[in-house]
Design a protein around this ligand. Sequence first.
Ligand code: LMR
Length: 400
Amino acid sequence: VFDHLEQAPEDPILGITVAYNKDPHPGKVNLGVGAYRTEEGKPLILNVVRRAEERLLADRSKNKEYLPITGLADFNKRSAMLILGSDSPAVVEKRLVTAQCLSGTGSLRVGAEFLARHYGVKLVFLPTPTWGNHFKVFMNAGLAVKTYRYYDNKTRGLDYEGMLEDIGAAPSGSVILLHACAHNPTGVDPTPQQWEGIRQAIRNRGHLPFFDSAYQGFASGSLDKDALAVRTFVADGGECFIAQSFAKNMGLYGERVGALSIVSKSSGVATRVESQLKLVIRPMYSNPPIHGASIVALVLGDGDLFSEWTVELKGMADRIISMRHKLYDALRARGTPGDWTHILKQIGMFSFTGLNKEQVQFMTREYRIYMTLDGRISMAGLSLKTVPLLADAIHAAVTG
Ligand code: LMR
């Protein structure tokens, strides 16, 4: 009965890992997916995660019962406080509901489904460019998707004026998707002053901000600094959606731990939002898994584990920053034509190199460097050993 089906294309990001895994070459390097690797090129389980898991295993009072539809209450409370700050007016005034969801994607999707069902303006604006999956998440939930200007190819920085113009021209009440920090794929973020301007532009038009926070702590190494944009919006008392992921900052990729927070204008509305959110979630997957959320709740709730986490998180962020410097120096040493300072200026896991599709394909074919076709490289996948190979490949691609 499925004879008519055409072969679907691989995912533009996760498909890179599929191609990488198929390649038998011993020197291959995967800079496609945003997943942290150690200096030895290995996935990292944080020590603090191991410690939390040991405690969970030893605790005989724990069981594997179903969680509530919105997940582990302790996890929800602590996740919201992590992104909003414990003294946030939304927390203090109980104007928010948080639901544990399946990592960042699941949180975005539950939020999108909720909007499709309960929000009048079924239109979302995404930055150009953005994480490719954003389009499908919102479209499949039933929202129309448009874009606003974000990245300026010429300056390799933010097109702030263009962004404000497009936000101003969007139909009143539109959903505006914002990357909370470490914009994926560009690594270009607004300054605090620009965030304030963006907030005003969004509020003036009665738009609804929807933050995707996948890298808190990864951009600057500071959890509070990376939450600044979200906090700027929540401080004004207006509504806001926030999707949080613990994939990168706690290295819990495959555990699928995330949270959707919906900030409302009153606690009465928040209670009704929660009741409706449960109706959205129950037919999708009933309730979320217990293990990963238990790890996060423990780490966020225990002073000792929390401070160990912040040190490990900073260690990952610093290694990524040092890779930026190594790559920049290696390109300079080779005299590679072009201004590569953007590699130093961009923040977060990725560098948006400016390499085009043909150059990327050349680098994969000739140097076995796997990366997305838009020229994005995962800096977190680089090591001292692989930087020279990448620099050689970029040099050859640019001069060839
Ligand atoms: C990425 O952009 O590489 C990550 O967010 C992983 C993913 O799911 O695409």
